[in-house]
Ligand binder design. Structure first.
Ligand code: HEM
Length: 441
């Protein structure tokens, strides 16, 4: 077991997409490919590798990142012993884990957009850049090969782009809270949170439990790799606005209810630091907008226990569970056209977030948070409550807002977010991709 506390991540080997924060504004896309012939898949990787960025360059703003599903590793001809060394949840994939994730009803795999969740999704390319010219530049050669190489087929594409408001479709600034990672040199966003052990996010390093995060075998395949989970989350913006409108007597009250649901104001200012009203200057200040704990709000009077951000990262709140074992790097990006401000009718457009999680432990990070903290309220002593913002509420959901003299309870919560499908992917290191490209079975 590694015992030293200072380590340095091998950034030259790690893909930029695993560690680097996305630019703002951004334009990008997810491409899904099917590998019909293993030799063609390997050739594709050989061509692709020079186009993939490493995490070493702190100025890097645009990159292409490659990940593989379990089916994709099989299609490449990865030896059985290696396949067997992947964790079970990864082998089963997101669709196989749907019941545990609460992907039921409208979010169940049988309603997912095809080919999401099918055995056809093998290789996932994610491209992100600050603008369209640089997006075209990083795609460069990959675009040609995707179209020209027989034996590998492009089967799905989802474009993403920041909205002109630089907020999500519900009107909130997102992507603020990110953990710091020991040895990465990348600063975290909360000065009150000690950096997490590298093994929480990178395979081959010590994790918070004291054990080394063991990756798939052989070591060259696992080391400096990580997992990437993505979900296409459709957002029901009109439903959200209507819900607030019906429960508020003024626009100011509507905004306050929304802030209680999220835990932050639209600008990103956290309720913990701006409990009464939005403070855009605070929201825009990266040194202050995440510099808080919940210790001085033990009753949730400023930020409700059930709000999205307090559930997703309870920090020092007294809860059932060990918070540091369930941290996530998030790489969410928006897709689809915005719904014009003030519109309360759904226009039928598909809009939402391509949610992306990065971490070395799908089961105790993403799956735990989804199952226990999004879909269940036991950990905060409110078993009847799911996440009011993104939880699978069915029209009878509730959300408690502690306040004096008496608390307020929102009733009849519907789902504001529906899962249109997703995948569990392995994001190998650059040497691991070379190993995969050179397989000769
Ligand atoms: C359409 C779906 C979603 C929307 C619109 C959404 C929106 C937001 C917003 C506005 C914030 C506040 C900004 C920030 O603190 O960074 C936030 C934070 C966060 N969200 Fe979400 N989110 C969504 C889905 C999810 C999912 C599926 C998860 C996990 C399974 C998640 C986990 C988190 C976490 C961990 C934070 C940071 C909490 C903190 O560190 O204080 N979100 N989200």
């Amino acid at each position: 077991m590694m015992t030293e506390t200072t380590i340095t991540l091998e950034l030259n080997d790690i893909q930029a997409g695993a560690l680097r924060r996305r630019p703002t504004p951004y334009t990008g896309a997810y491409f899904l490919l099917r590998i019909d012939e293993r030799q063609a898949g390997r050739e594709f990787l050989r061509w692709l590798i020079p186009a993939l960025a490493s995490a070493a360059d702190p100025e890097q703003q645009a990159w292409l990142a490659a990940s593989l599903t379990f089916q994709g590793l099989k299609a490449l001809g990865v030896p059985q012993a290696s396949l067997d060394s992947f964790p079970l949840e990864f082998q089963q994939g997101m669709a196989g884990r749907a019941a545990d994730l609460g992907d039921v009803g409208e979010s169940a795999p049988e309603h997912w957009e095809q080919p999401l969740g099918s055995a056809e999704v093998h290789l996932v390319l994610a491209a992100i850049a600050p603008d369209a010219p640089r997006f075209e530049l990083i795609l460069g050669r990959a675009r040609e090969i995707m179209h020209d190489l027989s034996g590998v087929a492009l089967i799905w594409r989802q474009d993403v782009a920041s909205l002109s408001t630089e907020r999500d479709h519900f009107g909130f600034k997102d992507g603020i809270g990110q953990p710091a990672i020991e040895g990465s040199g990348i600063p975290g966003s909360n000065p009150h949170e000690a950096p997490l052990k590298a093994g929480e996010f990178m395979l081959g390093y010590q994790s918070e439990t004291g054990d080394v995060a063991v990756g798939p075998q052989p070591e060259v395949l696992g080391r400096n790799g990580t997992y990437m989970v993505f979900r296409k989350l459709h957002t029901r913006v009109a439903t959200f606005r209507q819900y607030l409108r019906e429960r508020a007597t003024s626009p100011a009250e509507s905004e306050r209810l929304a802030a209680k649901i999220v835990g932050r104001w639209p600008s990103g200012a956290p309720l913990m630091l701006a409990p009464e009203q939005d403070d855009p200057e605070l929201g825009a200040d990266p040194h202050r907008n995440n510099a808080f704990l919940y210790g001085d709000d033990p009753r949730g009077l400023k930020c409700p226990f059930g709000s999205h951000i307090r559930r997703m990262h309870p920090r020092d709140s007294v809860i059932v569970g060990e918070v540091r074992l369930h941290r996530m790097l998030r790489r969410g990006t928006s897709y689809g056209p915005p719904l014009a401000e003030g519109v309360l009718e759904d226009d039928g457009a598909d809009r939402g977030i391509m949610f992306a999680f990065i971490g070395a432990h799908i089961a105790r990070q993403f799956e735990f948070v989804q199952a226990q903290w999004v879909n269940d309220g036991k950990f905060i002593g409110a078993p009847a409550e799911k996440d009011p913002f993104i939880g699978p509420n069915d029209g009878s959901g509730q959300f408690t807002i502690p306040q004096q003299p008496i608390r307020r309870r929102l009733q009849g919560l519907p789902a504001f977010v529906v899962n249109r499908g997703g995948e569990y992917c392995f994001m190998p290191s650059l040497p691991a991709l070379r190993w995969l490209a050179e397989l000769n079975t």
